[in-house]
Every structure is written in C-alpha cells, then in structure tokens.
Ligand binder design. Structure first.
Ligand code: LLP
Length: 416
C-alpha cells in the first residue's frame, strides 16, 4: 500500500490514524483516503512537468469526492470531466472553469450548452457529428467553443481490453487517417475555435513504450495539421498511467514525463502547452476499503471469507477480474488458510479476492488496498445496499467526507 498505508505496532494505519479506530467510529464498509498520498502522487507529476506550460486535469471519474476535488483544485489542478454531473461537481468543489476539459463520446446538447456557459477551457471532441452539433449549440448560445479533437493513435496500451481505448475498433476518438479532415472541418465552422489535440490510449498502463509511441503519432499529426494552416496550441496526452496493485511496476510519473518531454523537445514541440488527464495514478493507492469479516464458511472445494463489503461497493473484481490486495487490519499469529473473500450480494460474481491466504476470524477487519480509484465512483445500490462512508486522513487527523447513505435515501425519488 505504499508509505501512507502501513503497519505500525501490529496494526494497519493510514498516515498516523489506526484503521481500527476509524472502523469503530464510522462502521464498515468504509473508504479511507490519505491526503498526503494524493498530494504525493500529484507532486510526482508536478516535478515531471516543472518549468513547462502545462495543466494537470484530474480525470475525476476515478474518484469524484468533493473533498478530493477540492484538495486537487487547491493544489492547482484542472479537471477532465465527462458529464454535466461532473461539471457541477467540479464547480461545487471550487474548480476554475477555464481549467476544465470536457471529454466523452456522447455529450448531449444540454451538456454542451452548460459547458459553454460555464466557460470550460476545451471540449475534447470525438466525432465529426459532434463537431457539427457543438458548432450549432455554440452559435445558438452566441459563444465560441474551444475544441480539441481526440485522435486515436492506434497504439496498443497492453492493458485489459475493457480499459484499452487507443486501438482501432473501439468507440473512442477519430482515426489517425481522418484527423486532418476533421481539423479542416472544425477550423471552417464559425462556432468553433481549434485550440488543441488530444489522445488517451487506455488505463492501468504499466510501460513507457505505448506512451512514447502515441506521442510520436500525435506529433506527426500536429505537423500535418499545422502545415494545413491550423495552429495547435496545446497537446493533451490523456491519462492512463497505472498503479501497483500486485507487484505492477509502472514508471514513476516524474521519470515518465522527463522522458516524454525530452522527446517532445527533440521533435521541436517544446513550446506547446502540455495537458494530461491522470485519474487512477493520483488517487488509486491513496485509498483503502475497510470491511468486517461476517462469517467464515469452510467448504469442500473452497473456503469462503464472507465480508460486509461487496461488488456494489467495490466493483472492479466483478467487472474486470481485477486484483486488489486484501490484508488484515490487526494480523493474528495463526496459520493462514486460503479463502475466497466474498460479499453478501446474491451473485457468484460478488467476490473481492480469490485464493487469498489469511488468518482471520469473524469480526476481524480486512483492508482492501488500492481502492482509491474506480471503486466508490463506480459503486451502486444493488441489493438496496446504502453506499459506504468515506473518511479523509491528514496526519493524525481524520474527517468524515461522506456520510454513510441512509437506506431511506434509496427510495426518496420513488412512488408507488
Ligand atoms: N482521460 C480519458 C478520456 C479517459 O477516458 C480516462 C479514463 C482518463 C483520462 C483517466 O484514465 P486513468 O488515468 O484513470 O487511467 N473503470 C476502469 C477504468 C476506466 C478508465 C476510463 N477512462 C477501472 O476500474 O480500471
């Protein structure tokens, strides 16, 4: 879990706060985040981009907690948003509109209007049809939409197929071959002002090579587009940098960006503003999900450790067969047994970890690590389960940043 989640005196702490205390105070399942871990992950990017015209736009889909957004906004970040809900959240957390970029393949007219009126810094457009609609909405609103076109560099990010986005044959971006034509179209539309180019090749990328390859292809396009008389002010390289879930060794953000920027300079594009859209790598390893063991259920083929967190709280294992480390909050001196760690939801897909060696008893607390990204933000109320509470730790202090949902809130909008 890194230096911010560690054992101290035989129990797991987040920064200086024992998880045992937080669970006693707030109940389980509970997400706990380390403020220092978020800021330290951000600092690596800031070092990497130091001295550069640049903007880090946190991809808030990874974790859209207002407290996390505020922390990052105060630290100078912009935001990568994909819906009007995310726009309103970012603004509510104090984001500067000009530092917001609006991504997504399916923006509605309403979302475009709202983004324009708020004054977002850029719309990352993903199709010719969207260019036309955005132009029309801008003209109706009497505004000009700053645009970037998401190009698909056709690079294999070598990650899970569900989170790989830079290859031909997925719904994202405009094919490399069509990019010049799309830029010429954008430049000719009076409601649009071309400001940049963007790409995003996937998520949980653990190698440098796909980034370099995507950069080369995007820079080739910048050359072509500018030769056609359309200046490209900023280049947005997307997000995607992976984290260590289970011995993964992604390049550190500062080292990666030192290399990428060296290449950018070597190709003569060192004067452009660099934008990036990291999500997971800023928050993923800053969060843990605390859960209490409910039952130990031995079986002929498998032993089950049934906990009070489930696929609705932490859907990554069920969705992607993702691996999250699961560790005891207060380790016992006993022989470990292999368990499937499962939740109470009525689905066989409701598991958090398989074949995990644990020495546990009912009532023990477990911590699911690397749970800061794409866990709470993808949680649901399946099985009428109220969403978990969230706590932010800062040194010796902790504060509740989202109260546990009250079950009555789940049917507040319903009628019979
Ligand atoms: N920019 C764009 C346009 C994106 O689509 C994404 C993520 C990001 C930036 C941020 O990517 P990151 O730095 O977080 O890798 N739910 C999946 C991940 C889905 C990623 C979607 N797009 C998971 O739990 O692994």
């Amino acid at each position: 879990g890194g230096p911010f989640v560690a054992y101290s005196d035989g129990e797991l702490v987040v920064e200086q706060v024992p998880i045992r205390k937080l669970a006693a105070q707030h109940g389980t399942p509970l997400f706990v985040y380390s403020q220092a871990a978020v800021l330290s992950a951000l600092a690596a990017y800031q070092r990497g981009l130091a001295g550069r015209k640049s903007l880090i736009c946190y991809a808030m889909k990874a974790n859209s907690s207002l407290a996390i957004l505020k922390l990052l906004a105060d630290a100078g970040c912009g935001f990568d948003i994909v819906s009007s809900g995310e726009l309103e959240r970012a603004l509510a957390a104090g984001a500067e509109p000009a530092k917001i970029i609006f991504s997504g393949v399916g923006k509605t007219r309403q979302e475009m209007r709202q983004g324009l009126q708020a004054g977002v810094g850029c719309f990352n457009v993903e199709s010719l049809a969207e260019l036309d609609v955005l132009n029309a909405v801008a003209l109706e609103s009497g505004l000009v939409a700053p645009v970037s076109i998401r190009v698909n560099p056709n690079v294999d990010a070598k990650t899970h197929p569900y989170i790989s986005t830079g290859l031909k044959g997925n719904k994202f971006g405009i094919a490399h071959e069509d990019a010049l034509m799309a830029y010429q179209r954008a430049a000719a539309l009076p409601g649009l002002r071309v400001v940049g180019i963007d790409c995003h090749i996937g998520s949980q990328i653990t190698e440098e090579a796909p980034y370099l390859e995507a950069m080369e292809r995007v820079l080739d396009l910048v050359t072509t587009i500018e030769a056609a008389g359309i200046p490209i002010h900023h280049i947005d390289f997307g997000g995607g940098l992976g984290i260590n879930y289970n011995g993964d060794t992604p390049p550190p953000a500062d080292a990666l960006w030192a290399r990428l920027l060296a290449r950018l300079d070597a190709r003569g594009f060192g004067d452009r503003t660099v934008l990036i859209e990291p999500g997971r790598s800023l928050v993923g390893n800053a969060g843990v999900c605390i859960t209490e063991v409910q039952y130990i259920k031995p079986g002929e083929q498998k032993n089950f450790c049934i906990v009070d967190a489930a696929m609705n709280d932490l859907p990554r294992p069920a969705l992607y067969e993702a691996f999250h480390q699961i560790v005891p909050v207060q380790p016992r001196e006993a022989t470990a047994i292999e368990y499937d760690v499962v939740g109470p939801v009525c689905e066989s897909g409701d598991w958090l970890g398989r074949d995990r060696a644990l020495a546990v008893q009912a009532g023990d607390l477990l911590a699911v690590l690397s749970a800061g990204a794409y866990c709470m933000s993808m949680s649901s109320n399946y099985n009428s389960r109220p969403r978990a509470a969230e706590v932010m730790v800062d040194g010796e202090k902790s504060r509740l940043i989202r109260a546990r949902e009250d079950v009555r809130e789940l049917w507040r909008l319903e009628s019979v």
